[in-house]
Design a protein around this ligand. Structure first.
Ligand code: GCV
Length: 693
């Protein structure tokens, strides 16, 4: 009180002025709209803890000592808004719930109503607790609850491309979250916050280290560090995996070979697996990138991918571990279309992989482009367990600075029909879903608040691939920014249009891999001088004076023959190919007539222009919610949108300048000329672009 009096005196504020401010300020604030509480983004979609937690009655199963159930109770106490009835967690042996599923329902008795969370296992109760919190926080009526939910696939994993020196390959959110140097002695409390966020969306497996793996990750000190993380993650239902370097028996064990058929090699891996399981009893297994982009593998010895995977699988089998073997392969000795190589190598191996092997297939046949057709391996290996691998980090979608909500991209692949069986979709062929993490040590975890949505939607779709990306966007918005209808109305379309905008300004109509060399930051469609043909953008667009696009029909590489006949038949003709994939499958003249009228060239330009215009529209929408979002998150997003607008124009201008240097066509009326000549774009250099190994 004294300080207040002194303060008033010092500033000479009279009682009249105080009364005036008290009357006018609230009115002013009302006119300007609500001002949200400042957030640095750390709390993700889970929200800041309420100043006074709601006093709900939470009843845990009697006598339970499960740390997972303790977490479920703590989560409900911390995050569940006030509900008008007690909440009871019940372990019940209901087979309909599966191992990880849960039920939420109201039980009525003479004493009134109780909200029941039921599950067969403690992890189901934790997932149920998160689902209940989400339901209530997004405006759902707890009184009407009657649902059961179980995950579509058993393994829902994040793959960290984190090196043990702290660098994150294709990471745009700072250094690695794992402080390998201080582990295992110091266990940063942040690891538990990370696990909580994952559990809240159902992610249950983490690969800690980069697929471009260092053998050192498998040494005793690093196993101890991984074990410390596994201890933190375990109560959250998360198992730890490690990327394994195939040549580790040579590098660590001093063996003369890593040939999977060599008994000493197999024995080395068996002992290594035994050693790991002594420290991490629930160790998930190994993720392997073999014979891909310079990584060692069984092909070095003339053995197959199945030989390599099965040898590791044998080592893990006694402990219940799994080998995740990546199908991302293309060889510098193979002159065939790169898009065909993974299928050519893996499809003939169908049925030859051990039961505890999962073959992990990228969502598209090339490499996480803003749009690709679904990979032809989905549905084509019915006797093999498959995983779909997505990239959550935005190597090809504008790093951390461009706003690109990936829900539509993930959903598009998951819902894609394989054509191999009636009604079969990519999602229905899967035993696992993996996402390359976009997480680092930045305070907001992902480098931007909107990248948090990509982590979120990845988990939600891995649990239930049938969820609509827009519904997931809306639930993320409400949990992240609050339930302001004006924010929801502005931000939902921003997110839903954002991925297509990136497609439009980087590679419309099925163009792909037009990125600058190495760091993949910005356009480089003219690049034609790299050592391997398939590293060059010119390999992918095949543009020249008479046309553009990659002929993957029977007259070209015939990659379409890798798809089921019904799908291949549709892709065989430009007229029946979806326009979004037109130039992925066809080489067409610049004046090819497009369905909506106009030529291919005009349609291409129209889409570039549309991409740039959408980013401007996103900026306007964001400006409209300025007073409704807290200043730190609003301001950072606004600055990033300005970067995106500038870079979208750069992409559009550089690409058009290059296409025009080949086709010598004028721009359609009303379309602005590029800001610079082609040479200017070609000269841009970015030696310090992040994420580039
Ligand atoms: C981990 C792309 C990326 C590489 C990545 C590779 C992969 O080529 O540019 O950084 O390496 O995919 O998925 O293995």
């Amino acid at each position: 009180m004294t300080a207040m009096r002194q303060g008033r005196h010092r500033h000479g504020i009279t009682g009249w002025a105080v009364r005036f401010c008290a009357a006018v300020l609230p009115l002013l604030l009302l006119l300007l709209g609500p001002v949200a509480r400042a957030s640095d983004g750390y709390s993700l979609w889970l929200g800041e803890p309420a100043p006074t937690p709601a006093a709900n009655r939470i009843e845990a199963p009697a006598g339970s000592s499960s740390p997972t159930i303790a977490l479920a109770v703590a989560e409900l106490r911390r995050s569940l808004p006030r509900v008008p009835m007690p909440v009871r967690l019940v372990l019940a042996d209901d087979p309909a719930l599966g191992d990880e599923g849960f039920g939420l329902r109201i039980a009525r008795s003479g004493k009134g109503q109780t909200l029941l969370i039921t599950a067969r296992r403690d992890i189901g109760l934790l997932y149920g607790a998160f689902a209940l919190v989400r339901h209530v926080r997004t405006g759902g009526d707890p009184g009407g609850l009657a649902l059961t939910s179980r995950p579509a696939v058993p393994l829902r994993m994040l793959n960290h491309w984190d090196n043990i020196d702290g660098f994150v390959e294709r990471g745009y959110a700072g250094r690695s979250l794992w402080d390998w140097w201080t582990l295992p002695d110091f266990v940063d409390p942040r690891y538990a916050d990370y696990a909580r966020a994952n559990a809240s969306v159902g992610i249950n497996a983490i690969v800690l280290n980069n697929v471009n793996a260092s053998a050192e990750s498998l040494t005793a000190p690093y196993i101890a560090k991984a074990a410390a993380l596994a201890d933190v993650f375990r109560p959250y239902g998360i198992r730890v995996f490690l990327s394994a370097r195939f040549s580790a028996p040579q590098e660590l064990g001093g063996l003369p070979t890593a040939d999977p058929r060599n008994p000493s090699v197999a024995a080395w891996w068996r002992e290594k697996a035994d050693e790991i399981y002594r420290s991490i009893p629930d160790f998930g297994g190994f993720l392997v990138k073999a014979n891909s982009e310079g990584q060692p593998g069984p092909r070095d010895y003339g053995a197959s991918h199945a030989d390599g995977a099965n040898m590791l699988a044998t080592a893990l089998a006694p402990h219940g571990g799994t080998v995740i073997w990546r199908a991302f392969v293309y060889a510098d000795t193979d002159p065939t279309d790169r898009a065909k190589q993974a299928y050519a190598e893996f499809q003939p191996l169908d049925g030859r992989f051990a039961d505890n092997v999962i073959v992990q297939v990228k969502n598209g046949p090339i490499d996480f482009q803003p749009r690709e057709p679904a990979h032809p391996l989905f549905g084509a290996m019915p006797a093999t367990r498959l995983a779909a691998e997505f990239q959550i980090t935005k190597e090809y979608l504008g790093f951390a600075t461009h706003l690109a909500y990936l829900g539509p991209l993930f959903a598009e692949t998951l819902a894609a029909p394989t054509g191999h069986r009636p009604g079969q979709t990519v999602a229905s062929t899967l035993s696992a879903i993996a996402g390359v993490a976009n997480i680092g040590r930045d305070r907001d975890w992902t480098g931007s608040v909107f990248n948090q949505a990509n982590w979120y939607v990845f988990g939600r779709l891995a649990w239930d691939p049938a969820l609509a990306p827009e519904a997931v966007a809306r639930e993320w918005i409400v949990q992240t920014f609050g339930a302001d209808p004006a924010v929801l109305a502005a931000v939902t379309p921003m997110m839903m249009q954002s991925r297509e905008a990136v497609v439009d300004y980087t590679g419309p109509l099925g163009l792909a891999h037009l990125f600058a060399t190495g760091h993949h930051y910005g356009p480089g469609p003219w690049v034609d001088d790299l050592a391997r043909p398939e590293w060059n953008p010119v390999y992918y667009h095949r543009a020249g004076p008479s046309g553009i696009g990659f002929d993957r029909t029977a007259s070209g590489s015939n990659a379409i023959a890798q798809y089921a006949p019904t799908i291949a038949a549709r892709l065989a003709r430009p007229e029946t190919t979806p326009p979004e994939l037109l130039l992925w499958f066809h080489h067409l003249p610049w004046d090819f007539p497009m369905p909506g009228g106009g030529t291919l060239w005009h349609e291409l330009v129209r889409r570039y222009d549309r991409g740039v215009a959408t980013v401007h529209a996103m900026r306007r929408r964001w400006a409209s919610v300025r007073r409704r979002i807290d200043e730190p998150r609003w301001h950072k997003t606004d600055s990033f949108l300005a970067i995106q607008a500038r870079e979208a124009a750069w992409w559009r201008d550089a690409s058009l300048a290059y296409w025009m240097s080949l086709n010598h066509l004028p721009l359609p009326p009303g379309s602005a000329a590029p800001a610079h000549d082609l040479e200017w774009y070609r000269q841009q250099r970015f030696p310090h672009a992040p994420g580039n190994p």
